[in-house]
Design a protein around this ligand. Sequence first.
Ligand SMILES: *Cc1c(COP(=O)(O)O)cnc(C)c1O
Length: 228
Amino acid sequence: MEHVRERIARAAERVGRAPDEVRVLAATKGRSVAEILEAIRAGIDLIGENTVQEALAKFEFLPEALEKHMIGTLQLNKVKVAVRLFHGVESVNSLELARAIDREVAKLRRAEPYPVLVEVNPAGEATKRGLPPEAVEPLMEELSRLERVRVEGLMAMVPYDDPQRLRPHFRLMRELFDSLGREARRRGWKNVEMRWLSMGTSNDFEVAVEEGANLVRLGTVLFGPRKG
Ligand SMILES: *Cc1c(COP(=O)(O)O)cnc(C)c1O
């Protein structure tokens, strides 16, 4: 963890950013409760899971205070459980999904709207989830009308590749993030507050940080190679 923080700090400093702007999310799919508790001792305070099923099996053994995000594809029929398990969903990619979250959050009688990120696919791969960049603003406008959902930024998944070749995708994400922030202010969108740009995994987080990520999602670099 120290080593990872140091690599983030060096990447941030190369572009004149403050290292402590960058938050680390530990991607814990396939990791045991013991491994996660160990990561918490090393300083992790935010984790991400890819399925509701795995979250259900593990979260009861993890501290309440640990922040937990959904980072995998969320099925509509799992939303009810997801909003109770997770503090936020990073993988919102349709109005239908956001509406389902809005409906379930209404039943929770919480005062605060539920934080989500919109998932974008900047590389345009057919196999990856997420919205094409040009579809983000129209969706965002629709989302701004939901009472109980607050859009707090964007999440990007990029292909596995030489990180330098991924740089244009990260740059495009940053431009989209900034322009949506301006648009949200200009048009007075309620419940849109562009705070988090979630991009960068073990393979490419340094380039992602250089291009403006302030939330990186790390698995293998924290826990070692995944089994299976
Ligand atoms: C697994 C995963 C990560 C982390 O990937 P690593 O290569 O293990 O760092 C990040 N984001 C998502 C959505 C993931 O599923």
